[in-house]
Design a protein around this ligand. Structure first.
Ligand code: FES
Length: 431
């Protein structure tokens, strides 16, 4: 039988506020109010406003020294069941004012339940560069089919691309092929094709429009940090930056730093899948929001480029990062990777690609590599340059001419707007 007098610990994310209660059975909202956690409520806990929604996180949290279990909360009561069935309260959400704490618990307060939402500002400054994007549009006039010729529509399209643009061989998916014949005829045999260029292979047709068309084509550059995710939306036709946006990394509820997340993967049976789903959902939410803000269809986004530290890079791709948690810290992959976005669950144009920038070494990732690409310290002859990127991890690069040294170290999430979860016992709230 449950001992209602024993103590339970509750940790709120993303704030990192931690508290211990002497009596079990009070609600999550009551605990949040007691510990000054930013959880909304406008109906006075009467179960009317649904502003107090929270998401529970289960698993072993070594760093927090607690195990958060499904049995650590009361079952859904009548009010919550009504919200579930009539007002579509999602499976993973609970009403904080109706859910009682029965044991140690990690609770995430989603952005829409926070009164004072965190603003993640990630502006982008553009340098001079020459535009050479991975997608390019070409208009061609394709010859009409003849009774005495066996060439298919796709064959004749390839011949036109070779004759008019010197493009040797192209591929396309069945999805594009399904539309090809109708679009050729509708455009009176004129067609605009959008090609995606990958290394070491022929270009791929990723979109087709009847006749001459200026196909809108956008790309998203993502800096996938341990604490925050920054997205920059770019027009691939003009090279202009359309806008930038950031969100907190939703994985923060599973651990504030990358080593806590490696530990979560190792301790939990479905830890890797949970962290992978969490980051993919976060990226999909961010790309949807930035596209909506600038009135751009996600269908017009053909490429998404990622820089990340090695552990975030592996979690994005669903690769177990446990080897990065112990010496000699080998990466599963250090080269760049180009794969279809849909293969890892990213929702953009169905033909779009993910490109991951190469990592440098065990704990020096693509984020550090991209700093080198942007700053090019090797061009500053006879000058010693120190480049420091302080996030939840810090990467330090020391360059003198062609000789460049790189290293990294953990710094904590304070400079990214996070909070240290691992407060000492003496600073734990109690009531
Ligand atoms: S506080 Fe209004 S429904 Fe929970």
């Amino acid at each position: 039988m449950e001992n209602r007098n024993s103590s339970a610990t509750i940790v709120f994310t993303p704030s990192g506020i931690r508290g211990a209660r002497k009596k079990k059975g009070t609600t999550i909202l009551e605990a949040a109010q007691k510990f000054s956690v930013d959880l909304n409520s406008i109906c006075g806990a009467r179960g009317r406003c649904s502003k107090c929604q929270v998401e529970l996180t289960f698993g072993e949290f070594n760093k927090l020294n607690i195990r958060s279990k499904e049995t650590s909360v009361s079952e859904r009561n009548e009010t919550e069941l009504i919200y579930r069935t009539k007002f579509h309260l999602s499976e993973e959400r609970r009403l904080g004012c109706q859910t009682k704490i029965l044991g140690d618990l990690v609770v995430d307060v989603p952005e829409d339940s926070q009164i004072h939402k965190q603003i993640i500002k990630k502006e982008t400054n553009l340098r001079d560069f020459s535009l050479n994007t991975s997608v390019k549009a070409f208009y061609v006039q394709v010859s009409e089919p003849q009774l005495d010729s066996l060439e298919s529509d796709f064959e004749r399209l390839k011949i036109s691309l070779k004759d008019d643009w010197n493009i040797q061989g192209v591929t396309c998916s069945v999805r594009i092929l399904k539309d090809l014949q109708e679009k050729l005829r509708r455009g009176n045999w004129g067609i605009t094709v959008l090609l995606y260029y990958k290394e070491n292979t022929v270009p791929e047709i990723v979109d087709i429009h009847s006749g001459y068309s200026e196909i809108p084509a956008f790309g998203v550059a993502i800096d996938l940090g341990s604490t925050s995710i920054a997205a920059t939306l770019c027009d691939l036709n003009s090279g202009k930056i359309v806008g930038s946006m950031g969100i907190m990394n939703p994985q923060i509820r599973y651990g504030e730093d990358v080593m806590s997340r490696v530990s979560y993967c190792m301790m939990e049976e479905k830890g890797l899948a949970t962290l992978n789903n969490s980051i993919i959902q976060g990226i999909n939410e961010l790309t949807r929001k930035i596209a909506e803000k600038h009135e751009i269809k996600l269908d017009s986004v053909f490429e998404i480029v990622f820089v990340a530290n090695p552990i975030m890079h592996h979690l994005l791709l669903g690769i177990d990062p446990k080897e990065l948690g112990q010496a000699p810290f080998p990466l599963a992959l250090s080269d760049s990777l180009t794969i279809k976005s849909k293969d890892i669950g990213i929702i953009l144009n169905p033909e779009s690609y993910v490109y991951t920038v190469p990592c440098i070494g065990g704990h020096v990732g693509a984020d550090a590599a991209s700093v080198l690409i942007a700053e090019q310290p090797q061009k500053l002859k006879d000058t010693t340059t120190l480049l420091i990127d302080i996030g939840t991890n810090a990467e330090i690069l020391l360059a003198r001419g062609e000789e460049i040294f790189a290293c990294s170290c953990p710094t904590g999430p304070a400079l990214e707007g996070g909070t240290n979860f691992s407060r000492s016992k003496s600073s734990t709230w109690r009531y």
